[in-house]
Design a protein. Structure first.
Length: 269
C-alpha cells in the first residue's frame, strides 16, 4: 500500500507529525499526545553521529563473523552474542545483564540484530547519545500525559536486508515511550523505516477488535487491522529523532535486499 503512494502523499503524512528542534516544546508534546508519534529532524548534529562511525563498523565486522558461524552463542569481554534467545531469554535478564547482548532475532523479525545495552560494549555510544536522551528538550517532551519516565536501556537495532518483518503490533497496552535516533540516513521505504499508525494509541473500537482477534494468536499484542490513511513511515536523515507511544500500532517496514538501517533506541520506564 505505501509503495503505491506518491512521494507528496508520504511527505504530507510525515510533515503532519514533524516538529523542528527549536519549535515550542508544548507544540511537540501536543503532537506526541494527539498523534502518538513525533519526528524531530536534526536532533543530533551529523558531526556527533560521525564520531560513532568507526565503532559501528567494528560492531558490524564482529557480527559478520558470528552470524554465519552457526554457533548458538559466543561470549567476549563486553558482549554476549546469541542466536535467538538461546542464553538470555527475557527482558529483565537482558536489561540487567552485566554486558551488552547482541541477539540475532528469529521468528517474525528473523535476521534483525538487537544489541541490548550497546553502550556496555562501546562506551562511546553512551558518551555520544545519552546526553541527548537526557537534555532539557527531551526531558520536557517525555513528561507525557502525567507520565514522566526515565531513560533506561540504550539499544542499537541493525537491519540488513530484512525483507520480512513482524506486522503491526503494540508493545503493550500500558503507557510506554521509546526514543529512536537514526544513525544512518533512512530516506526511502527500501531502507525499512520505523512505521507508525498515528492516533492508534488512543483506545477505540479498533483497539477492541484487535484485542479480540489477537487473543487467539500466539502473540496477543498483534494489531492486524489499522487505518491505512494513518500509516506514517518515519523517513529521516541521520540524527533524526522519533518519539512514539508504544501502545500504538507500529512495525519495521520490510527492507529491500542489500539495504541497511541502523537505529539507536532508548527504552523508558
Amino acid at each position: 500500500y505505501l509503495e503505491r503512494l506518491n512521494g507528496d502523499e508520504i511527505n504530507k503524512r510525515i510533515q503532519d507529525v514533524t516538529c523542528t528542534i527549536d519549535q515550542d516544546i508544548n507544540k511537540i508534546k501536543e503532537i506526541l499526545s494527539s498523534k502518538g508519534i513525533v519526528i524531530i529532524p536534526n536532533f543530533i548534529p551529523e558531526s556527533s553521529i560521525v564520531k560513532l562511525s568507526e565503532d559501528l563498523n567494528q560492531i558490524r565486522k564482529k557480527l559478520s563473523k558470528f552470524v554465519p558461524s552457526g554457533k548458538p552463542f559466543k561470549e567476549e569481554t563486553n558482549v554476549l552474542f546469541q542466536n535467538g534467545n538461546f542464553k538470555i531469554k527475557n527482558y529483565n535478564s537482558l536489561a540487567n545483564h552485566n554486558k551488552a547482548v547482541a541477539t540475532i532475532r528469529d521468528g517474525q523479525d528473523s535476521g534483525m540484530i538487537d544489541i541490548f545495552n550497546a553502550d556496555k560494549w562501546y562506551h562511546s555510544i553512551g558518551n555520544v547519545l545519552r546526553p541527548y536522551f537526557n537534555n532539557k528538550l527531551f526531558n520536557e517532551v517525555m513528561k507525557y500525559n502525567n507520565y514522566s519516565p526515565k531513560a533506561k536501556n540504550l539499544n542499537i537495532y541493525l537491519n540488513n536486508g530484512v525483507t520480512k518483518t513482524r506486522g503491526f503490533h503494540v508493545d503493550s497496552y500500558a503507557k510506554q515511550l521509546k526514543g529512536f535516533i537514526y544513525l544512518e540516513d533512512c530516506l526511502e521505504l527500501k531502507y525499512g523505516p520505523y512505521t507508525y499508525v498515528k492516533e492508534s494509541h488512543i483506545e477505540s473500537s479498533l483497539t477492541k477488535i484487535n484485542k479480540n482477534l489477537s487473543s487467539v494468536l500466539p502473540n496477543e499484542t498483534e494489531t492486524p487491522i489499522v487505518l491505512r490513511q494513518n500509516i506514517v513511515p518515519a523517513l529521516g536523515k541521520k540524527g533524526t529523532l522519533v518519539i512514539s507511544d508504544q501502545g500504538g500500532s507500529h512495525r519495521g517496514f520490510p527492507q529491500t535486499k542489500g539495504c541497511q538501517r541502523t537505529v539507536a533506541v532508548m527504552n523508558f520506564s
